[in-house]
Design a protein. Structure first.
Length: 280
């Protein structure tokens, strides 16, 4: 039966009991508004662990002043129904004041990673991600934590934190889940109207274009990016935030593409900012 925990003291006590019983813990951190992408992580966690913990916490520290913290979808009861049907054991759902009391003053700064790609237009975002993930790892003490490839830069930051701080957790990155037409599943897709949903397919179309060009032997990043931009600019509601082909560990832009490099993008469809990527 699904257990919902809201306080830090209760989650610490519960995790201590699980550890004393030598049960392995799989952890899926989320902000709720769950979709098939999240559920794919949950199912993998169920296969590989004795207990599965899912956090639902809309983290204020990773939202900028003019971003969608207040508008972000909140459907907690529906999320819990989905998680219960998947056999999740624990949902950790603290309020912001529980995670960040008034005297909270600690930062985690992923230098050299936070100001690239999404970080250029979302200053402070990855510091917020780093703080909340580190805090959740300390509370849940998972053996394995699961993340989706769609949030590529986030996964790079998290893996670096785990490595740099010698955290005792295995990070698993699972493939992006897409709808039948190729649109990467995202909680923010709920913001899109029908016209925008069709236009949003240009992200995936441009990624397919990049992969096909590389398969054809074209390795100059500038040439590939130019063709991707043409695909996206054909959509009336699309505005490019960035498109870049980068090293998968340093996030440094590469002039010539090698196998394993990542093409990553953020595009606004109307007022909605969407991200996507593919490993080349």
């Amino acid at each position: 039966m699904l257990q919902i925990i809201t306080s830090i003291s209760d989650i610490k006590n519960k995790i201590q009991t699980l550890k004393q019983n030598q049960l392995t813990i799989g952890f899926v951190p989320t902000m709720g508004a769950l979709h098939e992408g999240h559920l794919s992580l949950v199912r993998q966690a169920k296969k590989e662990n004795d207990q599965v913990v899912v956090s639902i916490f809309i983290n204020p520290l990773q939202f900028g002043k003019n971003e969608d913290f207040r508008q972000y979808p909140r459907v907690f009861d529906k999320d819990c129904e989905l998680l219960s049907s998947e056999g999740v054991d624990i949902v950790f759902n603290p309020i912001p004041a529980e995670m960040y009391p008034d005297d909270f003053c600690t930062s985690v700064i992923p230098r050299h990673l936070e100001d690239k790609l999404c970080g250029k237009s979302r200053p402070g975002h990855f510091r917020g991600v780093a703080v909340v993930v580190l805090k959740l790892f300390n509370l849940v003490k998972p053996d394995i934590a699961y993340f989706g490839q769609k949030d590529f830069q986030q996964t790079v930051v998290i893996k670096r934190i785990v490595s740099d701080l010698n955290l005792h957790v295995n990070i698993k990155i699972l493939p992006t889940i897409r709808d039948n037409e190729g649109l990467a599943l995202s909680s923010r897709n709920a913001y899109l109207n029908e016209t925008e949903k069709k236009d949003a397919l240009c992200l995936y179309s441009s990624l397919v274009k990049a992969q096909s060009m590389l398969n054809a032997g074209i390795k100059k990043a500038e040439e590939i990016l130019l063709e991707m931009e043409k695909v996206i600019n054909n959509c009336k509601t699309a505005r490019i935030d960035y498109i870049s082909i980068v090293n998968p560990e340093t996030l440094a832009a590469v002039p010539r593409v090698r196998k394993g490099d990542v093409v990553s993008m953020a595009v606004r469809i109307g007022k909605t900012r969407l991200i996507d990527n593919v490993i080349l």
